[in-house]
Design a protein around this ligand. Structure first.
Ligand code: HEM
Length: 367
């Protein structure tokens, strides 16, 4: 496959987004539904949790290394060579703390510190002009399960109704769905819904690749972002079976055991949009054709051996940090219906957590 950026990537203008007239109502209902999830888990005796991606499987400190790049790729944070302190958090998608035998899609959130440049416009509970971070919140699949915020709201309402209910049933259902997913994959198919409900294959999380699924502005252009394991020890874990039924926190234990003795490197890659018909901004379910525009490496994430579940890492990253795709540079403005909804959802969930913990989050100002 061609690994050069496409010859004529589409130039970013604000006209690539098509804003629906009733989006504000959808955003309000999304926030209400998310807070219902957090309120339910809190009332059930958990500490205040993220509304989704509540369970953390490891938190790491690392470095992002940006090399000299060709002009089309040298954009935003990646415009100049540099090195940045970075925090990483692995998660799974539900808003409740389920045993890992309920196997669901995985997330990787990344916070890059000490980033300079014009910030995204202030949002309630989000940015301030003195912030200096660039966040990415990624999931291990290349496209999102719903085309837009309105469709996603329908799924989220169903999911919210199951929060903290019938854990035994979820475990049993997960095992059945995993079988169904394997059968589907054997005939070349795959179902986001089955995976999301607990039918995710039982594999090692550190072998996974993670994607933005939806686009961001990439300086003069538009791109989706991917993070792909490249160091041999991580690559060897790709699709490696992991028994998630013996221990409720099997994923966390696997991550911890890996990083106690090993480091890891991931490539950060971008896929540039060439035209909106093939590579739409507003339809989050659309897979962008990698023959027409492959993911190209623009940086490396480097993590040294460390305790990925130490008390200090948990406090500093799991508890005290809020990851949010709208924390970042104006040059990396999140784009499309799903991204516009996330602008309201993340601060609401973070503020709920903060309100219960009792102290405001402070975005790290430097490394
Ligand atoms: C309308 C769609 C979406 C909504 C409403 C939504 C909402 C949220 C919320 C409220 C949180 C918790 C934030 C916090 O308390 O700090 C969260 C976390 C997260 N979301 Fe989303 N999300 C959406 C789409 C996506 C997409 C498309 C991805 C990636 C492809 C994604 C990846 C993540 C990840 C990785 C986290 C965990 C962040 C962390 O580790 O702190 N989300 N999401």
């Amino acid at each position: 496959m061609n690994k050069l950026p496409p010859a004529s990537p589409l130039r970013f203008t604000s006209a690539v987004e098509k804003i629906e007239p009733d989006e504000a109502e959808t955003h309000a209902q999304l926030v209400e539904t998310l807070l219902k999830i957090s309120t339910t888990t809190y009332a059930d005796g958990h500490k205040a949790l993220r509304s989704v991606h509540a369970k953390s499987h490891g938190v790491l400190k690392g470095r992002l290394i940006v090399p000299e790049l060709p002009a089309a790729l040298a954009q935003g944070l990646f415009a100049r060579p540099g090195e940045y302190a970075t925090a990483l958090r692995f998660s799974t998608s539900p808003g409740d703390l389920l045993p890992d035998s309920v196997s669901t899609p995985r997330g990787l959130a990344i916070k890059i510190l000490g980033v300079k440049g014009e910030r995204l416009a202030d949002v309630n509970g989000g940015e301030t002009s003195t912030d200096a971070t660039q966040d990415f919140a990624l999931v291990n699949g290349k496209s999102f399960l719903a085309p837009d915020a309105k469709h996603f709201l329908r799924s989220l309402k169903l999911l919210a109704a199951t929060t903290n209910k019938a854990e035994g049933l979820k475990i049993a259902l997960s095992a059945v769905l995993r079988g169904t997913e394997k059968a589907l994959e054997a005939v070349g198919g795959e179902s986001g819904t089955i995976k999301g409900l607990g039918g995710y294959p039982e594999t090692h999380i550190l072998g996974d690749s993670f994607f933005s699924q939806v686009p961001i502005r990439y300086g003069d252009y538009i791109a989706k972002v991917g993070v792909v394991p490249v160091s041999p020890a991580l690559v060897s874990l790709t699709d490696q079976p992991l028994n998630l039924n013996r221990e409720p926190d099997a994923l966390r234990m696997a991550v911890r055991s890996h990083f106690m003795g090993n480091g890891g490197q991931w490539d950060v890659r971008v896929q540039l949009c060439t035209n909106l018909d093939d590579m739409p901004v507003e339809d989050a379910t659309a897979l962008w054709d990698e023959e027409k525009s492959p993911y190209i490496t623009v940086a490396t994430l480097d993590v040294l051996p460390q305790d990925s579940w130490s008390d200090s890492h948990q406090r500093a990253i799991d508890d005290a940090m809020a990851f949010n795709p709208w924390h970042g540079l104006a040059a990396h403005q999140p784009l499309g219906s799903i991204m516009r909804a996330r602008r309201h959802a993340y601060p609401a969930s973070a503020e709920f957590r903060l309100g219960k913990i009792g102290c405001p989050f402070a975005e790290p100002k430097g490394p």
